[in-house]
Design a protein around this ligand. Structure first.
Ligand code: NAD
Length: 401
């Protein structure tokens, strides 16, 4: 793939902006496509990708590649404007760096968002154009499934770039990540029960699940099989009734879900639901679920701890999916058993965080961030030492600088 890079001069922030377009020698010749760098402090590379032919308007954020290439899903969402999309992609890509660091996937953090309503803009041409943009980053960003981007959409992206993970098993991918995320959350719920009650068995425990989609329904099944009494709410009432018949879960009203007396509240729908308003209403001992960015603000981790509620940090307990995908990078390719073995380490990771939180008198959410920061700074130190010749924790460099 050949790109022409153009320099556009100083931007308002004083930095330079670059854009790139496909050169006529590219196998995907198009004069309509453009990539523009958006320099942002603390992020390795953020680019805007546009294509006037297909209406593509996307942003790719490579937050950090210290630990490996930046892997994160490709989301399509009707953001009101580019600023909202940029805010979201920055937040999500940084979250992926932290998630992968703690899960020890050997990957960095990235994310991509396509701006637009999937009902209106989704076309094969658009995903091909997106694939070309991803390809232009040369493997620094690797994409995967996310909200409104299915495995079928990724198969289209794959035609334009090899930097795609999570494809169907028949195409040598690791397949749908949701069952692996659910498995990790189930193990994390058990670990939390063990920590709070001294017995990790779900038998006889009450769990309330918010959102029984791909992850929440599988979590419900596992918990019911293990003897828990499971209540669940979902916006999709038809699905809820279906699961009531299939699994024996007990449907509850969407508005009551956070106020129910239970052992575990498992949010598996939306983020940012742990807030000043919701925390006083909670009647659970544990908050442990799959949804990303559960705390509206970092201080809400402390507010949960102050109420004696044990929190399983979201990006630690829900790492099963990314762990599964990361196994695609192993020598010899994807191996389900290797993925399961790594996912089964989630309970131990959680226990270490809860121990750290107790000893350092900080909320578990802060302990997770602290651990991720430590892993990243040690890796940066080791990299620097390797390139400059200084020994760092046993790593000796090549003396080049
Ligand atoms: P999904 O879209 O399959 O399911 C979400 C479900 O929540 C849907 O059934 C939806 O109807 C329901 N819902 C939406 N708003 C609701 C509300 N206000 N009250 C009750 N139910 C509501 O998504 P998923 O793949 O199951 O993921 C669930 C959550 O876990 C998301 O936040 C996702 O970002 C996160 N997560 C998923 C994975 C994965 O592997 N799928 C990995 C990590 C994190």
């Amino acid at each position: 793939m050949h790109w022409v890079v153009e320099r556009h001069g100083a931007t308002g922030s004083g930095s330079l902006s670059y854009s790139a377009r496909f050169s006529p020698t590219s196998p995907y010749v198009t004069d309509t496509q453009k990539i523009t760098d958006l320099p942002i402090e603390g992020y390795e590379r953020v680019v805007r990708c546009t294509d006037t032919a297909t209406g593509l308007h996307a942003i790719i954020s490579v937050h950090d590649t210290t630990l490996g290439p930046a892997l994160g899903g490709l989301r399509m969402w009707p953001y009101a404007n580019e600023a909202d999309a940029l805010f979201d992609v920055k937040r999500l890509s940084r979250g992926m760096t932290y998630k992968s660091a703690v899960a020890k996937t050997g990957l960095g953090g990235g994310k991509a968002v396509i701006i637009g309503d999937p009902k209106k803009i989704k076309t094969e041409g658009l995903y091909l154009a997106m694939g070309r943009c991803i390809d232009a980053l040369g493997g620094k960003y690797i994409t995967a499934e996310d909200v409104n981007t299915s495995i079928e959409d990724l198969e289209v992206v794959r035609r334009a770039t090899k930097w795609v993970t999570g494809l169907a098993r028949k195409n040598s991918g690791s397949g749908n990540p949701s069952p692996y995320t659910a498995y990790g959350v189930f193990l994390g719920v058990r670990a939390a029960l063990g920590w709070q009650f001294g017995n990790d068995s779900p038998k006889g425990r009450t769990v309330v699940i918010q959102g029984v989609g791909a992850v929440g329904s599988d979590l419900a099944r596992r918990l019911i099989e293990a003897g828990a009494k499971v209540y669940a709410a979902d916006k999709n009432l038809e699905r809820l009734q279906q699961l009531q018949k299939e699994l024996g879960l007990i449907p509850v009203d969407e508005d009551r879900v956070m106020q129910m007396k239970c052992d575990v509240f498992a949010p598996c729908a939306l983020g940012a639901i742990i807030t000043d308003e919701s925390i006083p209403l909670l009647q659970c001992s544990i908050v442990a679920g799959a949804a990303n960015n559960l705390l509206l603000e970092p201080r809400h981790g402390k507010a949960l701890a102050d109420r004696g509620i044990l929190y399983a940090p979201d990006y630690v307990i829900n790492a099963g999916g990314i762990i599964n995908v990361s196994v695609e990078f192993n020598d010899g390719g994807y191996d389900e058993q290797a993925a399961l073995t790594k996912i089964e380490r989630i309970p131990q990771a959680l226990r270490e965080l809860w121990t750290m939180a107790k000893e350092d008198r900080i909320p578990p959410s802060d302990a997770a961030d602290r651990l991720a920061d430590r892993i990243l700074s040690e890796a940066r130190g080791a990299k620097k030492a390797a390139s400059c010749g200084a020994p760092y924790k046993g790593v000796r460099g090549n003396g080049c600088c």
